[in-house]
Design a protein around this ligand. Structure first.
Ligand code: GLN
Length: 548
Protein backbone atom coordinates (compact mmCIF):
# COMPACT_ATOMS: atom_id res chain seq x y z
CA UNK A 1 0.00 0.00 0.00
CA UNK A 2 1.49 3.36 -1.05
CA UNK A 3 1.55 6.46 1.13
CA UNK A 4 0.83 10.03 0.09
CA UNK A 5 2.26 13.28 1.39
CA UNK A 6 0.51 16.45 0.26
CA UNK A 7 2.54 19.64 0.38
CA UNK A 8 0.51 22.84 0.42
CA UNK A 9 1.52 26.47 0.81
CA UNK A 10 0.36 29.06 3.32
CA UNK A 11 0.70 32.85 3.61
CA UNK A 12 2.40 33.46 0.26
CA UNK A 13 3.85 31.79 -2.80
CA UNK A 14 7.50 31.65 -3.77
CA UNK A 15 8.83 30.44 -0.43
CA UNK A 16 10.29 27.21 -1.77
CA UNK A 17 7.43 24.75 -1.58
CA UNK A 18 8.76 22.83 -4.57
CA UNK A 19 12.24 22.53 -3.12
CA UNK A 20 10.77 21.54 0.27
CA UNK A 21 8.72 18.84 -1.45
CA UNK A 22 11.76 17.61 -3.42
CA UNK A 23 13.91 17.68 -0.28
CA UNK A 24 11.50 15.60 1.77
CA UNK A 25 11.23 13.15 -1.11
CA UNK A 26 15.03 12.89 -1.21
CA UNK A 27 15.26 12.26 2.53
CA UNK A 28 12.60 9.54 2.37
CA UNK A 29 14.49 7.99 -0.54
CA UNK A 30 17.53 8.02 1.73
CA UNK A 31 15.53 5.92 4.18
CA UNK A 32 15.25 3.20 1.55
CA UNK A 33 11.83 3.94 0.02
CA UNK A 34 10.86 4.41 -3.60
CA UNK A 35 9.65 7.99 -3.86
CA UNK A 36 8.19 10.04 -6.69
CA UNK A 37 6.55 13.46 -6.82
CA UNK A 38 3.57 15.06 -8.53
CA UNK A 39 3.12 18.75 -9.27
CA UNK A 40 -0.37 20.17 -9.38
CA UNK A 41 -0.74 23.58 -11.02
CA UNK A 42 -4.18 25.03 -10.40
CA UNK A 43 -4.31 27.17 -13.56
CA UNK A 44 -6.39 26.41 -16.66
CA UNK A 45 -3.46 26.07 -19.08
CA UNK A 46 -3.13 22.46 -20.17
CA UNK A 47 0.64 22.76 -19.92
CA UNK A 48 3.24 25.41 -19.22
CA UNK A 49 4.34 25.49 -22.86
CA UNK A 50 2.15 28.36 -24.03
CA UNK A 51 3.08 30.69 -21.18
CA UNK A 52 5.46 33.60 -21.41
CA UNK A 53 8.65 33.13 -19.36
CA UNK A 54 7.85 36.29 -17.40
CA UNK A 55 4.53 34.72 -16.39
CA UNK A 56 5.82 31.34 -15.50
CA UNK A 57 9.59 31.10 -15.33
CA UNK A 58 11.22 28.13 -17.00
CA UNK A 59 9.26 25.53 -18.91
CA UNK A 60 10.76 22.20 -17.86
CA UNK A 61 10.64 19.41 -20.44
CA UNK A 62 10.24 15.78 -19.40
CA UNK A 63 11.62 12.69 -21.15
CA UNK A 64 8.18 12.01 -22.64
CA UNK A 65 7.86 15.55 -23.98
CA UNK A 66 5.62 17.25 -21.47
CA UNK A 67 6.08 21.00 -20.95
CA UNK A 68 5.82 21.41 -17.22
CA UNK A 69 6.49 23.61 -14.26
CA UNK A 70 10.09 24.12 -13.16
CA UNK A 71 9.38 22.26 -9.91
CA UNK A 72 9.43 19.03 -11.89
CA UNK A 73 13.08 19.94 -12.54
CA UNK A 74 13.67 20.23 -8.80
CA UNK A 75 12.12 16.82 -8.26
CA UNK A 76 14.36 15.28 -10.94
CA UNK A 77 17.47 16.93 -9.53
CA UNK A 78 16.77 16.04 -5.92
CA UNK A 79 15.30 12.58 -6.42
CA UNK A 80 17.78 11.74 -9.20
CA UNK A 81 15.01 10.16 -11.23
CA UNK A 82 13.09 11.01 -14.39
CA UNK A 83 9.62 12.37 -13.76
CA UNK A 84 7.12 11.74 -16.55
CA UNK A 85 3.98 13.45 -17.79
CA UNK A 86 1.69 11.40 -15.51
CA UNK A 87 3.20 13.32 -12.58
CA UNK A 88 2.09 16.73 -13.79
CA UNK A 89 -1.44 18.02 -13.64
CA UNK A 90 -3.24 21.32 -14.20
CA UNK A 91 -6.87 22.28 -13.78
CA UNK A 92 -7.07 22.46 -17.59
CA UNK A 93 -5.82 18.90 -17.90
CA UNK A 94 -8.24 17.57 -15.31
CA UNK A 95 -11.27 19.28 -16.86
CA UNK A 96 -10.18 18.25 -20.34
CA UNK A 97 -10.26 14.55 -19.42
CA UNK A 98 -13.57 14.83 -17.55
CA UNK A 99 -15.16 16.55 -20.55
CA UNK A 100 -13.67 13.98 -22.95
CA UNK A 101 -15.05 11.14 -20.82
CA UNK A 102 -18.46 12.78 -20.73
CA UNK A 103 -18.44 13.10 -24.52
CA UNK A 104 -17.51 9.42 -24.78
CA UNK A 105 -20.46 8.44 -22.58
CA UNK A 106 -18.10 7.11 -19.93
CA UNK A 107 -20.27 8.49 -17.13
CA UNK A 108 -23.16 6.23 -18.18
CA UNK A 109 -25.71 9.01 -18.66
CA UNK A 110 -25.15 10.60 -15.23
CA UNK A 111 -25.17 14.33 -14.63
CA UNK A 112 -21.45 15.14 -14.53
CA UNK A 113 -20.76 17.61 -11.75
CA UNK A 114 -17.79 19.56 -10.49
CA UNK A 115 -18.03 17.66 -7.20
CA UNK A 116 -17.43 14.73 -7.06
CA UNK A 117 -16.29 14.18 -10.67
CA UNK A 118 -13.41 16.66 -10.73
CA UNK A 119 -11.84 15.50 -7.41
CA UNK A 120 -12.38 11.90 -8.51
CA UNK A 121 -10.43 12.55 -11.70
CA UNK A 122 -7.67 14.19 -9.62
CA UNK A 123 -7.54 11.11 -7.35
CA UNK A 124 -7.48 8.83 -10.39
CA UNK A 125 -4.48 10.71 -11.74
CA UNK A 126 -2.62 10.65 -8.42
CA UNK A 127 -3.28 6.92 -8.02
CA UNK A 128 -2.24 6.18 -11.61
CA UNK A 129 1.04 8.11 -11.27
CA UNK A 130 1.78 6.26 -8.03
CA UNK A 131 1.10 2.90 -9.67
CA UNK A 132 3.06 3.74 -12.84
CA UNK A 133 6.10 4.85 -10.84
CA UNK A 134 5.72 1.92 -8.40
CA UNK A 135 6.23 4.39 -5.57
CA UNK A 136 6.13 3.53 -1.89
CA UNK A 137 5.61 7.20 -1.19
CA UNK A 138 4.16 9.82 -3.51
CA UNK A 139 4.80 13.48 -2.74
CA UNK A 140 2.03 15.72 -4.12
CA UNK A 141 2.70 19.44 -4.27
CA UNK A 142 -0.36 21.61 -4.73
CA UNK A 143 0.65 24.89 -6.35
CA UNK A 144 -0.53 28.26 -5.08
CA UNK A 145 -1.51 29.19 -1.55
CA UNK A 146 -4.34 27.84 0.63
CA UNK A 147 -7.36 30.08 0.49
CA UNK A 148 -7.15 30.64 -3.25
CA UNK A 149 -10.28 29.61 -5.12
CA UNK A 150 -8.47 27.74 -7.82
CA UNK A 151 -6.82 25.16 -5.57
CA UNK A 152 -10.02 24.21 -3.71
CA UNK A 153 -10.87 21.18 -5.86
CA UNK A 154 -7.38 19.78 -5.46
CA UNK A 155 -7.62 20.20 -1.70
CA UNK A 156 -11.02 18.53 -1.83
CA UNK A 157 -9.44 15.55 -3.63
CA UNK A 158 -6.71 15.40 -1.00
CA UNK A 159 -9.28 15.55 1.79
CA UNK A 160 -11.23 12.70 0.18
CA UNK A 161 -8.07 10.60 -0.04
CA UNK A 162 -7.34 11.22 3.64
CA UNK A 163 -10.93 10.34 4.55
CA UNK A 164 -10.68 7.05 2.65
CA UNK A 165 -7.24 6.03 3.98
CA UNK A 166 -6.47 8.13 7.01
CA UNK A 167 -3.24 6.25 7.88
CA UNK A 168 -1.80 6.60 4.41
CA UNK A 169 -2.09 10.35 3.88
CA UNK A 170 -0.29 13.26 5.56
CA UNK A 171 -0.34 16.99 4.99
CA UNK A 172 2.58 19.38 5.22
CA UNK A 173 1.91 23.10 5.27
CA UNK A 174 4.85 25.16 4.04
CA UNK A 175 4.30 28.53 5.62
CA UNK A 176 6.14 31.81 5.87
CA UNK A 177 6.92 33.69 9.07
CA UNK A 178 7.77 37.33 8.42
CA UNK A 179 10.19 39.32 10.54
CA UNK A 180 9.00 42.91 9.90
CA UNK A 181 11.98 45.23 10.18
CA UNK A 182 10.18 47.79 12.34
CA UNK A 183 8.90 45.11 14.73
CA UNK A 184 12.07 43.04 14.75
CA UNK A 185 10.45 39.79 15.81
CA UNK A 186 9.14 36.79 13.95
CA UNK A 187 5.35 36.80 13.60
CA UNK A 188 3.28 33.60 13.71
CA UNK A 189 -0.21 35.01 13.10
CA UNK A 190 -0.26 34.63 9.28
CA UNK A 191 0.70 30.97 9.78
CA UNK A 192 -2.05 30.48 12.36
CA UNK A 193 -4.56 31.87 9.83
CA UNK A 194 -3.16 29.64 7.07
CA UNK A 195 -3.75 26.60 9.31
CA UNK A 196 -7.33 27.73 9.94
CA UNK A 197 -7.91 28.30 6.23
CA UNK A 198 -6.78 24.74 5.64
CA UNK A 199 -9.05 23.56 8.48
CA UNK A 200 -11.98 25.30 6.79
CA UNK A 201 -11.69 22.91 3.82
CA UNK A 202 -11.58 19.93 6.17
CA UNK A 203 -7.81 19.44 6.33
CA UNK A 204 -5.62 19.41 9.43
CA UNK A 205 -1.92 19.72 8.64
CA UNK A 206 0.25 17.06 10.24
CA UNK A 207 3.42 19.13 9.87
CA UNK A 208 4.20 22.81 9.42
CA UNK A 209 7.42 23.85 7.73
CA UNK A 210 8.24 27.33 8.87
CA UNK A 211 10.10 29.25 6.21
CA UNK A 212 11.69 32.42 7.46
CA UNK A 213 14.80 34.56 7.36
CA UNK A 214 15.82 33.12 10.72
CA UNK A 215 15.41 29.84 12.60
CA UNK A 216 12.21 29.37 14.58
CA UNK A 217 12.50 29.55 18.38
CA UNK A 218 10.69 27.42 20.98
CA UNK A 219 8.29 30.18 22.03
CA UNK A 220 6.92 30.46 18.51
CA UNK A 221 6.92 26.73 17.99
CA UNK A 222 4.69 26.40 21.03
CA UNK A 223 2.39 29.18 19.88
CA UNK A 224 1.82 27.60 16.46
CA UNK A 225 1.39 24.22 18.14
CA UNK A 226 -1.31 25.40 20.56
CA UNK A 227 -3.14 27.64 18.10
CA UNK A 228 -2.91 25.22 15.20
CA UNK A 229 -3.37 21.95 17.06
CA UNK A 230 -0.03 20.52 15.93
CA UNK A 231 2.63 18.56 17.88
CA UNK A 232 5.48 21.01 18.55
CA UNK A 233 7.73 18.21 17.34
CA UNK A 234 6.03 18.45 13.93
CA UNK A 235 6.75 22.13 13.54
CA UNK A 236 9.93 22.36 11.54
CA UNK A 237 12.23 25.34 11.33
CA UNK A 238 13.27 26.09 7.74
CA UNK A 239 15.42 29.24 7.71
CA UNK A 240 16.90 30.78 4.54
CA UNK A 241 20.02 29.04 3.27
CA UNK A 242 22.86 29.96 0.95
CA UNK A 243 22.16 27.14 -1.49
CA UNK A 244 19.04 25.02 -1.99
CA UNK A 245 21.29 21.97 -1.86
CA UNK A 246 21.82 22.61 1.87
CA UNK A 247 18.14 22.08 2.62
CA UNK A 248 18.24 18.26 2.76
CA UNK A 249 21.07 18.55 5.30
CA UNK A 250 19.05 21.01 7.43
CA UNK A 251 15.83 19.00 7.28
CA UNK A 252 17.76 15.85 8.06
CA UNK A 253 19.04 17.53 11.21
CA UNK A 254 15.39 18.08 12.18
CA UNK A 255 14.67 14.36 11.53
CA UNK A 256 11.82 15.25 9.15
CA UNK A 257 11.88 11.90 7.31
CA UNK A 258 11.91 9.83 10.51
CA UNK A 259 8.96 11.80 11.88
CA UNK A 260 6.91 11.35 8.70
CA UNK A 261 7.72 7.64 8.57
CA UNK A 262 6.75 7.25 12.23
CA UNK A 263 3.26 8.60 11.51
CA UNK A 264 2.93 6.05 8.69
CA UNK A 265 4.13 3.31 11.05
CA UNK A 266 7.18 2.71 8.85
CA UNK A 267 10.86 2.54 9.78
CA UNK A 268 14.16 3.12 7.99
CA UNK A 269 14.87 0.15 5.72
CA UNK A 270 17.99 -1.92 6.44
CA UNK A 271 19.37 -1.26 2.94
CA UNK A 272 18.71 2.51 3.12
CA UNK A 273 21.22 4.47 1.01
CA UNK A 274 21.22 7.55 3.30
CA UNK A 275 22.26 10.99 2.10
CA UNK A 276 26.05 10.60 2.06
CA UNK A 277 26.26 11.86 -1.55
CA UNK A 278 24.48 15.09 -0.54
CA UNK A 279 26.76 15.58 2.42
CA UNK A 280 29.71 15.22 0.07
CA UNK A 281 28.16 17.68 -2.40
CA UNK A 282 27.62 20.22 0.37
CA UNK A 283 31.22 19.92 1.49
CA UNK A 284 32.30 20.76 -2.05
CA UNK A 285 29.87 23.71 -2.24
CA UNK A 286 31.15 25.09 1.06
CA UNK A 287 34.85 24.57 0.39
CA UNK A 288 35.16 25.44 -3.33
CA UNK A 289 37.08 28.70 -3.67
CA UNK A 290 38.60 28.59 -7.10
CA UNK A 291 36.15 30.47 -9.36
CA UNK A 292 34.96 29.65 -12.84
CA UNK A 293 33.34 32.69 -14.38
CA UNK A 294 30.53 31.94 -16.81
CA UNK A 295 28.58 34.55 -18.77
CA UNK A 296 25.09 33.88 -20.08
CA UNK A 297 24.08 36.10 -22.98
CA UNK A 298 20.31 36.34 -22.88
CA UNK A 299 17.45 38.59 -23.68
CA UNK A 300 16.51 41.06 -21.00
CA UNK A 301 12.95 40.68 -19.76
CA UNK A 302 11.29 43.88 -18.67
CA UNK A 303 10.42 42.51 -15.23
CA UNK A 304 14.08 42.41 -14.35
CA UNK A 305 16.94 40.08 -13.81
CA UNK A 306 15.25 38.04 -11.13
CA UNK A 307 12.72 36.69 -13.61
CA UNK A 308 15.42 36.16 -16.20
CA UNK A 309 17.32 33.85 -13.89
CA UNK A 310 14.09 32.05 -12.99
CA UNK A 311 13.52 31.42 -16.70
CA UNK A 312 16.86 29.69 -17.06
CA UNK A 313 16.95 27.83 -13.77
CA UNK A 314 18.01 24.48 -15.29
CA UNK A 315 20.88 26.12 -17.21
CA UNK A 316 22.09 27.84 -14.05
CA UNK A 317 21.84 24.65 -12.01
CA UNK A 318 23.65 22.66 -14.73
CA UNK A 319 26.55 25.17 -14.69
CA UNK A 320 26.76 24.86 -10.92
CA UNK A 321 26.69 21.04 -11.01
CA UNK A 322 29.51 20.94 -13.57
CA UNK A 323 31.63 23.40 -11.56
CA UNK A 324 31.14 21.36 -8.40
CA UNK A 325 32.09 18.26 -10.36
CA UNK A 326 35.58 19.85 -10.57
CA UNK A 327 35.32 21.26 -7.03
CA UNK A 328 35.23 24.81 -8.41
CA UNK A 329 33.10 27.74 -7.38
CA UNK A 330 30.62 28.86 -10.06
CA UNK A 331 30.25 32.59 -10.71
CA UNK A 332 27.44 33.26 -13.17
CA UNK A 333 26.72 36.62 -14.76
CA UNK A 334 23.93 37.78 -17.05
CA UNK A 335 24.65 39.75 -20.15
CA UNK A 336 21.89 41.51 -22.05
CA UNK A 337 22.51 40.75 -25.73
CA UNK A 338 20.94 44.05 -26.81
CA UNK A 339 23.97 45.83 -25.30
CA UNK A 340 26.08 44.50 -28.20
CA UNK A 341 23.59 45.79 -30.74
CA UNK A 342 23.85 49.29 -29.32
CA UNK A 343 27.60 49.22 -28.74
CA UNK A 344 29.71 46.47 -30.38
CA UNK A 345 32.78 47.88 -28.57
CA UNK A 346 31.41 46.19 -25.46
CA UNK A 347 32.06 42.75 -26.98
CA UNK A 348 35.59 42.91 -25.59
CA UNK A 349 34.06 42.47 -22.13
CA UNK A 350 33.35 38.86 -23.07
CA UNK A 351 37.06 38.31 -22.43
CA UNK A 352 36.48 38.45 -18.71
CA UNK A 353 34.55 35.17 -18.76
CA UNK A 354 36.12 31.73 -18.74
CA UNK A 355 33.23 30.52 -20.86
CA UNK A 356 30.00 31.87 -22.33
CA UNK A 357 26.61 30.25 -22.88
CA UNK A 358 23.94 31.31 -25.35
CA UNK A 359 20.82 29.62 -24.00
CA UNK A 360 17.50 28.76 -25.65
CA UNK A 361 15.02 31.43 -26.61
CA UNK A 362 12.27 32.55 -28.93
CA UNK A 363 11.54 35.52 -31.18
CA UNK A 364 13.76 38.08 -32.86
CA UNK A 365 14.53 40.62 -30.14
CA UNK A 366 18.18 40.66 -29.09
CA UNK A 367 19.16 38.18 -31.82
CA UNK A 368 21.72 40.31 -33.65
CA UNK A 369 23.52 40.96 -30.35
CA UNK A 370 23.70 37.23 -29.67
CA UNK A 371 25.06 36.57 -33.17
CA UNK A 372 27.75 39.26 -32.67
CA UNK A 373 28.66 37.66 -29.33
CA UNK A 374 28.99 34.22 -30.95
CA UNK A 375 31.26 35.63 -33.66
CA UNK A 376 33.44 37.22 -30.99
CA UNK A 377 33.64 33.99 -29.00
CA UNK A 378 34.52 31.99 -32.10
CA UNK A 379 37.16 34.40 -33.35
CA UNK A 380 38.72 34.90 -29.92
CA UNK A 381 38.87 31.27 -28.82
CA UNK A 382 36.59 31.76 -25.83
CA UNK A 383 34.84 28.52 -24.75
CA UNK A 384 31.25 28.62 -25.99
CA UNK A 385 28.25 26.41 -25.36
CA UNK A 386 25.10 27.03 -27.40
CA UNK A 387 21.80 25.57 -26.32
CA UNK A 388 18.94 25.15 -28.80
CA UNK A 389 18.47 28.70 -30.14
CA UNK A 390 22.16 28.97 -29.32
CA UNK A 391 22.88 26.29 -31.98
CA UNK A 392 20.61 27.95 -34.50
CA UNK A 393 22.25 31.36 -34.03
CA UNK A 394 25.73 29.82 -34.13
CA UNK A 395 24.81 28.23 -37.47
CA UNK A 396 23.58 31.58 -38.78
CA UNK A 397 26.76 33.29 -37.58
CA UNK A 398 28.93 30.66 -39.29
CA UNK A 399 26.92 30.91 -42.52
CA UNK A 400 27.32 34.68 -42.55
CA UNK A 401 30.91 35.10 -41.52
CA UNK A 402 32.59 31.89 -42.73
CA UNK A 403 30.46 30.96 -45.77
CA UNK A 404 29.77 34.50 -46.93
CA UNK A 405 25.97 34.12 -46.84
CA UNK A 406 25.57 37.57 -45.32
CA UNK A 407 21.77 37.49 -45.19
CA UNK A 408 21.60 34.05 -43.53
CA UNK A 409 18.82 33.92 -40.98
CA UNK A 410 16.06 31.77 -39.50
CA UNK A 411 12.43 31.46 -40.56
CA UNK A 412 11.56 32.50 -37.01
CA UNK A 413 13.27 35.86 -37.60
CA UNK A 414 12.24 36.50 -41.23
CA UNK A 415 9.93 34.07 -42.95
CA UNK A 416 10.45 35.68 -46.37
CA UNK A 417 14.24 35.82 -46.29
CA UNK A 418 16.09 34.17 -49.21
CA UNK A 419 18.62 32.28 -47.06
CA UNK A 420 16.83 30.54 -44.21
CA UNK A 421 19.66 28.35 -42.92
CA UNK A 422 17.38 27.55 -40.00
CA UNK A 423 13.89 26.67 -41.15
CA UNK A 424 10.65 25.13 -40.10
CA UNK A 425 10.35 21.35 -40.12
CA UNK A 426 7.99 20.42 -42.96
CA UNK A 427 5.68 18.56 -40.52
CA UNK A 428 5.23 21.74 -38.51
CA UNK A 429 4.19 24.05 -41.35
CA UNK A 430 0.56 22.95 -41.20
CA UNK A 431 0.31 23.47 -37.44
CA UNK A 432 1.61 27.02 -37.71
CA UNK A 433 -0.69 27.86 -40.61
CA UNK A 434 -3.65 26.74 -38.52
CA UNK A 435 -2.48 28.80 -35.55
CA UNK A 436 -1.88 25.66 -33.44
CA UNK A 437 0.97 26.44 -31.09
CA UNK A 438 0.32 24.27 -28.00
CA UNK A 439 2.44 21.11 -27.92
CA UNK A 440 3.48 21.40 -31.57
CA UNK A 441 7.22 21.51 -31.15
CA UNK A 442 9.80 18.73 -31.31
CA UNK A 443 9.52 17.78 -27.68
CA UNK A 444 11.04 15.31 -25.25
CA UNK A 445 13.74 12.72 -25.63
CA UNK A 446 15.23 12.06 -29.09
CA UNK A 447 18.18 9.85 -30.05
CA UNK A 448 21.39 11.34 -31.38
CA UNK A 449 24.44 9.69 -32.92
CA UNK A 450 27.82 11.28 -32.28
CA UNK A 451 30.79 11.49 -34.63
CA UNK A 452 33.66 9.62 -33.01
CA UNK A 453 36.23 12.32 -33.76
CA UNK A 454 34.21 15.04 -32.04
CA UNK A 455 34.50 16.87 -28.72
CA UNK A 456 30.97 15.75 -27.93
CA UNK A 457 31.90 12.10 -28.30
CA UNK A 458 34.86 12.68 -25.99
CA UNK A 459 32.48 14.30 -23.50
CA UNK A 460 29.85 11.55 -23.47
CA UNK A 461 32.26 8.67 -24.00
CA UNK A 462 29.66 6.91 -26.17
CA UNK A 463 28.21 7.13 -29.66
CA UNK A 464 24.50 6.85 -28.99
CA UNK A 465 22.85 9.31 -26.65
CA UNK A 466 19.37 10.69 -26.03
CA UNK A 467 18.60 14.27 -25.06
CA UNK A 468 15.52 16.42 -24.54
CA UNK A 469 14.20 18.89 -27.09
CA UNK A 470 11.83 21.83 -27.23
CA UNK A 471 11.93 23.73 -30.51
CA UNK A 472 10.13 24.23 -33.77
CA UNK A 473 13.00 25.03 -36.15
CA UNK A 474 15.92 22.95 -37.46
CA UNK A 475 19.13 23.37 -39.45
CA UNK A 476 18.17 23.49 -43.13
CA UNK A 477 19.86 20.47 -44.76
CA UNK A 478 20.31 22.31 -48.07
CA UNK A 479 23.02 24.43 -46.48
CA UNK A 480 24.85 21.59 -44.79
CA UNK A 481 27.43 20.90 -47.54
CA UNK A 482 28.44 24.57 -47.69
CA UNK A 483 28.70 24.88 -43.91
CA UNK A 484 30.75 21.70 -43.75
CA UNK A 485 33.09 22.76 -46.56
CA UNK A 486 33.87 25.89 -44.58
CA UNK A 487 34.80 23.99 -41.46
CA UNK A 488 31.62 23.50 -39.41
CA UNK A 489 31.44 20.00 -37.96
CA UNK A 490 28.12 18.21 -37.62
CA UNK A 491 29.19 16.33 -34.52
CA UNK A 492 25.79 14.85 -33.74
CA UNK A 493 22.77 14.04 -35.89
CA UNK A 494 19.59 12.01 -35.58
CA UNK A 495 20.39 8.33 -36.28
CA UNK A 496 19.02 8.69 -39.85
CA UNK A 497 21.31 11.69 -40.34
CA UNK A 498 18.44 14.02 -41.25
CA UNK A 499 18.37 16.29 -38.22
CA UNK A 500 21.40 18.23 -37.03
CA UNK A 501 21.75 17.84 -33.26
CA UNK A 502 25.25 19.15 -32.48
CA UNK A 503 27.63 21.48 -34.29
CA UNK A 504 31.27 22.08 -33.42
CA UNK A 505 34.09 24.28 -34.66
CA UNK A 506 37.08 21.93 -34.48
CA UNK A 507 39.97 24.43 -34.44
CA UNK A 508 38.70 26.16 -31.30
CA UNK A 509 39.25 25.29 -27.61
CA UNK A 510 35.52 24.58 -27.16
CA UNK A 511 32.86 25.70 -29.59
CA UNK A 512 29.95 23.30 -29.19
CA UNK A 513 26.26 23.95 -29.69
CA UNK A 514 23.39 21.52 -29.43
CA UNK A 515 19.84 21.57 -30.72
CA UNK A 516 18.66 19.92 -27.50
CA UNK A 517 18.62 21.06 -23.89
CA UNK A 518 21.25 19.08 -21.95
CA UNK A 519 20.50 21.21 -18.87
CA UNK A 520 17.31 19.24 -18.25
CA UNK A 521 19.29 16.08 -17.59
CA UNK A 522 21.94 17.54 -15.31
CA UNK A 523 22.03 16.22 -11.76
CA UNK A 524 23.77 17.89 -8.80
CA UNK A 525 25.93 14.98 -7.74
CA UNK A 526 27.18 14.16 -11.26
CA UNK A 527 27.10 17.07 -13.68
CA UNK A 528 26.14 16.64 -17.33
CA UNK A 529 28.85 15.43 -19.76
CA UNK A 530 28.54 18.43 -22.13
CA UNK A 531 28.47 20.95 -19.30
CA UNK A 532 31.37 19.17 -17.62
CA UNK A 533 33.54 19.42 -20.73
CA UNK A 534 32.52 23.03 -21.30
CA UNK A 535 33.53 23.87 -17.73
CA UNK A 536 36.78 21.95 -18.14
CA UNK A 537 37.57 24.05 -21.23
CA UNK A 538 36.61 27.18 -19.28
CA UNK A 539 38.98 26.16 -16.48
CA UNK A 540 41.78 25.76 -19.00
CA UNK A 541 41.23 29.17 -20.60
CA UNK A 542 44.04 31.62 -20.14
CA UNK A 543 42.54 34.88 -18.93
CA UNK A 544 43.50 37.59 -21.38
CA UNK A 545 41.82 40.49 -19.65
CA UNK A 546 41.80 41.18 -15.93
CA UNK A 547 38.43 40.43 -14.36
CA UNK A 548 36.48 43.68 -14.24
N1 GLN B 1 13.07 29.42 -31.11
C1 GLN B 1 13.77 28.24 -31.50
C2 GLN B 1 12.84 27.18 -32.07
O1 GLN B 1 11.66 27.19 -31.78
C3 GLN B 1 14.60 27.68 -30.36
C4 GLN B 1 13.79 27.19 -29.22
C5 GLN B 1 14.57 27.03 -27.95
O2 GLN B 1 15.65 27.59 -27.80
N2 GLN B 1 14.04 26.29 -27.01
O3 GLN B 1 13.26 26.32 -32.79
Amino acid sequence: MSKFIFVVGGVMSGVGKGVACATIGRLLKGKGYKVSAIKVDPYINVDAGTMNPTEHGEVFVTEDGDETDQDIGNYERFLDTNILSTNYMTTGRVYQSVIEKERNLEYGGKCVEVVPHIPEEIIRRITKATRDTESDIMMVEIGGTVGEYQSVLFLEAARMMKMQNSHDVQFILVSYLPVPSKVGEMKTKPTQYAIRTLNSVGIQPDFVLCRSEKPLDDVRKEKIGIQGNIFPDHIISAPDVGSIYEIPINFNREHVAEKLLKVFGWATRPDAPGIGDWEKLNNVILKAEDEVKIGIVGKYFRTGEFVLSDSYISVIEAVKHACWHFEKKPVIEWINSETYEEDPQKLIELQKYDGVIIPGGFGSRGIEGKIKAIQYLRENNIPFLGLCYGLQLATIEFARNKCGIMDATSTEIDKNAPNQVIHIMPEQIENIEQGKYGSTMRLGSWPCTLAEDSKSFAAYGQKDITERHRHRYEVNNEYRPRLEENGLKFAGTSPDGKLVEIIEVPDHPFFVACQFHPEFKSRPTKGHPLFNSFIKAAMDKETKLPLI
